[in-house]
Design a protein around this ligand. Structure first.
Ligand SMILES: CC(C)(COP(=O)(O)OP(=O)(O)OC[C@H]1O[C@@H](n2cnc3c(N)ncnc32)[C@H](O)[C@@H]1OP(=O)(O)O)[C@@H](O)C(=O)NCCC(=O)NCCS
Length: 215
């Protein structure tokens, strides 16, 4: 497989993979991204997802093994599950790949905010000032991240969730759709906050919490 010096490959053809694709396409047509998409890699693509890629005219490139190790390709790992994403990312980095972030043109990113490599920020996301987004953070459509928050590597924030100011979300944690994490709290590494929850206390690492208030 050959590529131009600035090619991008998205890993994952599932739901979030195709949202990442839409994010790329919107950023590209707005002139906000300098890489060209080579196609999508997925180790276990479904027939339905392959047909959807076909309909939008994007190439399915095969599995990660088919891709091999190509120094001139950058990757956006668009696997929704934080743990799987973290593992796949580590494997890709060990092969020498670099990651590329994707930011939708309708997303708003505040001053002094840093976006780590491979992070994917979808349509309508609001990220306030002085936020730190680690490597491979996924912000789904309509999520809001408050001032001075820190989201560590491979965190997923699902649609319309609200992370308030000064919150810390530990690596590989997931915050479900429409959930709210109140200001100054910490969601531990690998924790899961259920959809619609309101988090009023720190969440211990690896714990699943849900409901209002979240328990
Ligand atoms: C909280 C969550 C992680 C729990 O997953 P789980 O451990 O597999 O839970 P189950 O589906 O087995 O449900 C267990 C119980 O919790 C309840 N429950 C599940 N999710 C809940 C939620 N978000 N809030 C309140 N209760 C919930 C179920 O109704 C069930 O109750 P019951 O025992 O009285 O029947 C999951 O349901 C969730 O909310 N994930 C986030 C999903 C999301 O954001 N989706 C959007 C994707 S874009």
């Amino acid at each position: 497989m050959t590529s131009s010096p600035t090619s991008l490959v998205i890993i994952g053809a599932g739901g979030f993979g195709r949202e990442a694709l839409d994010t790329y396409l919107a950023a590209k047509s707005a002139g906000l991204i300098d890489v060209d998409l080579l196609g999508i890699v997925d180790d276990a693509i479904t027939e339905q997802d392959a047909a959807k890629l076909d309909r939008v005219g994007v190439r399915y490139l095969g599995t990660r093994e088919d891709l091999g190790a190509q120094a001139r390709v950058r990757l956006a790992v668009a696997i929704g599950d934080p743990r799987v994403r973290s593992k796949v990312t580590a494997e890709c980095l060990s092969l020498g790949y670099e990651l590329h972030s994707l930011v939708h043109p309708t997303a708003v990113i505040g001053s002094l905010t840093t976006v780590g490599p491979g992070s994917i920020i979808c349509a309508g996301v609001l990220v306030s000032t002085s936020v730190r987004l680690g490597r491979g953070v996924h912000l789904n459509p309509g999520a809001t991240i408050g001032h001075d928050a820190t989201l560590e590597d491979d965190v997923s924030i699902n649609p319309r969730a609200v992370i308030s100011g000064n919150v810390i979300v530990g690596r590989e944690a997931l915050v479900g759709a429409g959930a709210v994490v109140l200001q100054g709290l910490e969601v531990g590494a690998g924790a899961t906050v259920g959809a619609g929850a309101c988090v009023t206390r720190d969440v211990v690492a690896e714990r699943i919490v849900k409901g209002v208030p979240a328990r």
